[in-house]
Design a protein around this ligand. Sequence first.
Ligand SMILES: [Zn+2]
Ligand SMILES: [Zn+2]
Length: 125
Amino acid sequence: MPTTQQLQKQLDWEKKKTAFAWSKYYQEQEDRWATEHAQYTQLRQSATTDTSGLDPHLANLIKDLYEKAKIKVECPICLETIDDKETLFTGKCGHNYHKDCIQQWADMADTPAQGKKCPTCRKKY
Ligand SMILES: [Zn+2]
Ligand SMILES: [Zn+2]
């Protein structure tokens, strides 16, 4: 039978492995997020140039559509689209999450201070 010390050692190791898997996962998410952000920026720039010279009614319509499309962002934790402003949480760093997902993230953290760090950029949110 393993001793308490051996069990504790194994538990620590499992914890480390899990932490490593999470950090790897978030690094991948971060890269993906950067690409998406670049696409959004591009869309925004093209939308702005595209509306110049257009009928003002049409230009406003495009602007409206664009504003609506802008809030269609993906939550890096559950990978679902955040399409409702009510469920959107935006950190001080500018990263977006579902309110429930970021709450779960905070609950899962080892320490409260860790739970208050953005899973994407690790700044305080
Ligand atoms: Zn989510
Ligand atoms: Zn962040």
